[in-house]
Design a protein around this ligand. Structure first.
Ligand code: PXP
Length: 236
């Protein structure tokens, strides 16, 4: 299984002070060195974390794949056609949400979605559609010409009980099966962490997981102790 690391929250932290640190380019290079297969960045319409410049700088710096998460708003589409990432993952976007709350509903706005896919494909960008593990949505993704689907794992990750999690796991497994039967690549992501990710290994056919928040959060715990010790050493 391949790992795409979403580094949006490095930019969130950088923006908190309005300066240059922590630099998403440095984060992307560390992920690459550690073995990540791709870097994932969501250019939001309100540019709340990653900026257009961040995407271009990261693209210039890395040799692994760049997966740009994006809505189909006209200025975002324009940015993607200039950037030409390896892959665009189309996601729904609401201004007020904290994070992408659900998958795209491919029954809504089919004309705009198909048109966006056509524009991006003309630039040779691979298309992944972020959808819920719903069989109808998988079929529509195929119909619209997507190369891949990414299943939203939020409902799976949020389950507190064993039966609930098993139920969501089965939905994911069935959706992956249908995607593979339709020759769509199957990706998954959202809310995955070091505890809940293990069971997804048992779903055959998932090619790629895209994970952000838990990895960036854990990097704090992996490095805070060292940072404090280093500062004490300097000031002592
Ligand atoms: N995949 C997609 C399409 C997303 O929108 C996100 C969140 O930006 C992720 C994966 C990563 O989710 P998380 O940060 O919860 O790991």
């Amino acid at each position: 299984m391949k790992l795409g690391v979403n580094i949006d929250h490095v930019a969130t932290l950088r923006n908190a002070r309005g300066g240059f640190e922590p630099d998403p380019v440095r984060a992307a290079l560390i992920c690459q060195k550690a073995g990540a297969n791709s870097i994932v960045m969501h250019l939001r319409e309100d540019r709340r974390h990653v900026t257009d410049r961040d995407l271009f700088r990261v693209q210039d710096a890395i040799r692994i794949r760049l997966n740009m998460e994006m809505s189909i708003a006209p200025d975002i589409l324009k940015a993607a056609t200039r950037l030409k990432p390896h892959q665009s993952t189309l996601v729904p976007e609401k201004r007020t949400e904290r994070t992408t709350e659900g998958g795209l509903d491919l029954k809504k706005n089919p004309v705009s979605i198909e048109r966006a896919i056509e524009i991006l494909k003309r630039k040779k960008i691979e298309i992944s559609l972020f959808i819920d593990p719903d069989l109808k949505q998988v079929e529509l993704a195929k119909k619209y010409g997507a190369d891949a689907v990414e299943f939203h794992t939020g409902d799976y990750a949020n389950q507190k009980s064993e039966p609930g999690r098993n139920r969501e796991w089965v939905k994911l497994r069935n959706a992956v099966l249908v995607a593979r039967q339709l020759s769509l690549k199957a990706h998954a992501g959202h809310g995955l962490d070091f505890e809940n990710v293990g069971a997804l290994k048992k779903i055959r056919g998932i090619e790629e997981l895209n994970i952000g928040y838990s990895i960036i959060t854990r990097s704090l715990w992996a490095g805070l102790d060292d940072s404090v010790r280093e500062m004490i050493r300097i000031i002592s």
